[in-house]
Design a protein around this ligand. Sequence first.
Ligand code: ANZ
Ligand code: ZN
Length: 882
Amino acid sequence: MTAASSSQPESSNGQRRYDPLDTEQRWQSHWKDIDLDSTPAADDPRPPFYALSMFPYPSGSLHMGHVRNYVITDVIARVQRMRGDAVLHPMGWDAFGLPAENAAIERGIDPGVWTDHNIGQMRDQLGRLGLSIDWTREQATCHDDYYRWTQWLFLELQQGGLAYQKEAQVNWDPIDQTVLANEQVDADGKSWRSGAVVEKRLLRQWFLKITDYADALLDDLDQLKGWPERVRTMQANWIGRSKGAEIQFSLTGDAAAAVGADKTITVFTTRPDTLFGASYVVLAPEHPLVNAITSADHRDAVTAFRDLMSTLSSDERTAEDQPKRGLPIGAEVTNPVNGEKLPVWIADYVLADYGTGAVMGVPAHDERDFLFARRHELPVRVVIQVPGADEHLNDGEAWTEPGVLIHSGDFDGMASEEAKEAITAKGRDEGWAQPKVQFRLRDWLISRQRYWGCPIPIIHCDSCGAVPVPREELPVRLPKDADLSGKGGSPLAQLDSWVSVPCPSCGKPARRETDTMDTFMCSSWYFLRFADPGNTDAPFTPEAIARWLPVKQYVGGIEHAILHLLYARFFTKALRDRGLLTIDEPFERLLTQGMVQAVTYRNPRTGRYVAPDRVSDEGDPRDPDDGGELEVLFEKMSKSKYNGVDPAAVIDRYGADTARMFILFKAPPEKDLEWDDADVEGQFRFLQRLWRLVESAATNADQPVCLSGDGALTLPAELSEAEQEVRRAVHTAIAEIGEDLSGDFQFNTAISELMKLSNALSGALETVTPAVRQEALSVLIRLLAPFAPHLAEEFWHRLKGSQSVHQQPWPIHDPAALVKDTIELVIQVKGKVRGSLQVPADADKARLEELALASDVAKKWLEGQSPRRVIVVPGKLVNLVP
Ligand code: ANZ
Ligand code: ZN
C-alpha cells in the first residue's frame, strides 16, 4: 500500500514526529484512490442512512460556520458507516443568486464563470477538511442539467394547480431591484439580503399555492419528533392557524345606500364570545369599502389618513409602541346579536391582507382595541367576567383571558369556549356568522426580476394565455448575451431575441416569461436529486427516493428554520400528491448548529468595531482613536467586526484534524461556540499525546502490535488487576461515546471520554498482555476515527491494521469488562471509619462479615474480643460494635 509508506520524519529513537499536513494530504489522496466515500449501490442490504448538510452558496470562501456545519455532518456520517449503515453523504451548491449577478455588474464577469470558479475554490477548501463526501453526486443548481429539472418540477406544480399568476402588492427591494417573498422581509421591514427598507409595489407575479398545504404543514409538525422544538414552534407560528368566525355587521342609512347588493361589513374574529362587547367596527385604510361608505364630511380627513398609511410598512403601522391612529368615516353598522348601532372607523392597526381586513373593536378584551378606544374615547364594555372585579377593568388593561360571559343577554354565565360555539351557531342560523379558520401563511411569491436565476418555463400568448414550454424542450437556458450592466431593470426583459418566440400551442408570436425563480425554489428539492443524481429522464425516480429518503439527519443553520425548511416540506408534499414520490416529510431529524463566535471590541460611543491588533493590551482594552474604554463581546464571526478566523489558516498551522476536534470539543453542536486559540492549541497537544502513545507502541520491538490480527487474539482467562483496569477504561469509553453519539450527538463529551481513555492507557499499555494491548489500541483508534479521520488512519496503518480504519466496525462494549470483580469495603468500629478492604464484588452478607472479622483492622481494634453486634451494608461497609 503506497499511502502507508510515510514521509514522516523520524527522530533518534525511531519514533516519528506528528506532521499534520503531510499526514492529511497523504490519506486524502489515498481515500480518493480507493473510492472510500462512494455511496453503496441501491441494492446494498445495509440499512440506508442519509446524512446531509444544508448546501452552501458558493461565495468562493469557506468560513467557520461552514466548517462547523460540515464537520458535524461528517462525524455523523462516519459513525453510521462504521455502525454498519449504507451511508449517503453528498454535497452541492446553491448556486443561483444575486452576488454572481452583482459581480457581473461591477466587474463584467460572466455570472456562470464567476460561480464555477468559486465552486472550484470552495470544493478544494472543503477537501482539506477530510469530509467523507461522495463527490460523484455533486449538484450545482445553476447548471442546466439541474435547472432543467427545477423547471420541470415547476411545470408539475403548475399542472397541479399549484402555480399561478396574480397582480399583487409585493415587497420591492429597491437596492437589489427585485421582489421579495414575505419570508424574506425582516421583522423591521428590511430585506433579508440587502438590508434595504422594503417598498410596496403592484406587479403581476408568479405564486406557489403553499396555502393549500397550510393544514398539513402544521399538523405534520407533530411527526417531526427529531426536530428541535424551537424550529417546530417557529414554523407553527409562521403558518399561524386561527380558529374563529366571520361575522356580518349590516350597514345602515346612507352607507347602506352607497353600496351594491352586499350591504354588510364582514369581520374575522377569534373571539365571537365577546360580540356583545363590540363598541365600534374598524376597517383597514385600504379596505375596498372605505371609498363608498365614507360620508362627505369625512372624505378629506380619510384621504389624508390613507395617504399617510401608504408610506408606512405594516410593521411600522402595527408596532406595539405606536399610538393607535385612526378616525371615524361617518358610517354606521348594526351589531347583529343585539341590534346596537356602532360607528365605523379606519385605523392603522388593521391590516388589509389579514382575515377580511375588518375587525370588531372590543376594547375590554383586546389590547389593541383597548389602547385605541382609550385614545379615541370609545366605550369600553366588559362582557367577560374579570376575576376579582365586578364589571370594570381594575388595572387599566384589557382582560384578554377567556372566562364567564356577562352583559351578553341569553349567553350570560356561559364559559368563553362554549359561548364561541353558541354565538357562532346562532349567527349561522340567523345568517350573520360562519365558522372560519384563518392562516397567517400567504402563498409563496417566486417571481424575481433578475437574470441569475432559473427561468420560469412559460410562454405568454395573446390567444392561449400562459403556455408551458413543452417538457422535451427543457431546459429554457439563460441567454449568454443579456445586458448585465445593471441599468434598466430585468436583463431578460430587455433581450428581445430571447423574449420573442412563437407560441408552443398556436404558433403565433408570443413572449417568453422574463421572471426567474426565487433561489429557494432550487433548494426546495436538491435533497431529492442527490438520491438519483445522474437521471436524465426525470428529476428522480420514486424508487430512488424511497431507498434514501427521508434524510436521516439534516444539519444546518437556524436561520433556515422557516424559509427553506418550510418550502422543502411543501415541495415534498406537493410532489407526493403529484405521484412523484411516496414520503410525507423530507427530513427525519434536524440539527441546527450554533454560531461560531469570536471576541470583538466595540466602541460604545461610536458603535464602531476596533480590530484586535489595534486594541492596546495594557489593562482594560481601549480605543486607539479616542482612548476610551471598549466593550468586549463575543459575536458571530464577520469581516466587518474584525473577528473572522480563516479556516485555511488554522488548517495550515495545525491540520484539519485539530480544527475538527476543537470545533467538536468546544461546545455541544446546537450551542454557540466561542473561538479560542488556546483551546485549539489544547486539542493539538492532545493529538500529539495520542501520536506519542501510538508511536511508542509501534516502535516497541519487544511487544509488536499488529492490528490486522485483531480478531485472532484471545484474551487470557485470568486477567491481572492492571489488565482489568485497562479493559474497564476501554469498554467504558465505548459505552459512553456510544451514548454520546446516539440521539443528541454530544461530541464534546465524547471527546472528553477519548481524553480519559488516552490518559488511562498511557503508561499502562506496557504492563499488559498483547491481546489486551491490541484490543485497547484498536478501540482507541476506531473511536477516534470519526473525529480525527486522518490521524486515526495513520495510526491504523502504523499498527498494521488491514484496509482503512473507516471500513472497520464500530466497537461494541463488553458489559463484563465494566464490572469490577473486587470492591472496596469500608470497616467501621462503633461507627468510626478505621480502614478498608478489597473484597469480591459478589460476596454475600455472611461472607462480608467473615472477611471483616478476619481483617487486620478488626484484630487491632477489637483486641481479640468478638463484637457485640455486626452491621453489614452490602457493597459498602461493615460496622463492628464491641
Ligand atoms: C374581536 C376580538 C375580541 C378579537 C377580543 C380579539 C380579542 P389572530 O389570532 O392573529 O388570528 N384581527 C382580525 N383581522 C385583523 C386584521 N386584518 N388586522 C388586525 N387585526 C385583525 O388574531 C385574530 C384577531 O385579530 C381577531 O379577533 C381580531 O380581533 C383581530 F377580545 O376580534 B378579534
Ligand atoms: Zn398561442
